[in-house]
Write a protein that binds this ligand. Structure first.
Ligand code: FES
Length: 142
């Protein structure tokens, strides 16, 4: 069953919608279910000034998106890069095992958006490495 936190995030998600003037956009699809998540970032200096998401997925994916976007607002890009899906799941008070893969969409879409921003800046993308379901990867220098 879903936790009260998950239900609250799903029924009243924050940061939903498109961002027309985003500085970085990341879109990922789940190989498990085919659902899609898109993250839009507004970056000021090295910090995430604003963030929006669009998720075509289940309740767990929408709750994960809402929680993850609330968590990364104000973070540096490196801090947001280090956010794992495990961090998101923990903040949600847990997810049913069959739904943990939904939270991976959020952390992966954030990383894709960060690398889109880096590419637009002429910077090399950070290497996500080989990540499993709950793996973490550190940003490389530069
Ligand atoms: Fe597809 Fe949850 S079942 S994102």
């Amino acid at each position: 069953m879903y936790t009260e936190r998950v239900i609250a995030e799903f029924t009243n998600p924050e940061n939903v919608g498109e961002m027309a003037d985003a500085d970085g956009v990341g879109e990922v699809g789940s190989p498990t279910c085919g659902d899609i998540m898109k993250i839009y970032l507004k970056v000021e200096g090295d910090r995430i000034a604003d963030v929006r998401f669009q998720t075509f997925g289940c309740a767990a994916a929408i709750a994960s998106s809402s929680m993850a976007t609330r968590m990364i607002r104000g973070m540096t890009l490196a801090e947001a890069w280090s956010l794992s899906n495990g961090d998101v799941v923990e903040s949600l008070g847990g997810l049913p095992p069959a739904k943990v893969h939904c939270s991976v969409l959020a952390s992966d879409a954030i990383r894709a958006a960060i690398n889109d921003w880096r590419t637009r800046q002429g910077l090399p993308p950070w290497d996500a490495g080989s990540r499993g379901c709950c793996g973490e990867a550190e940003p490389e220098n530069g």
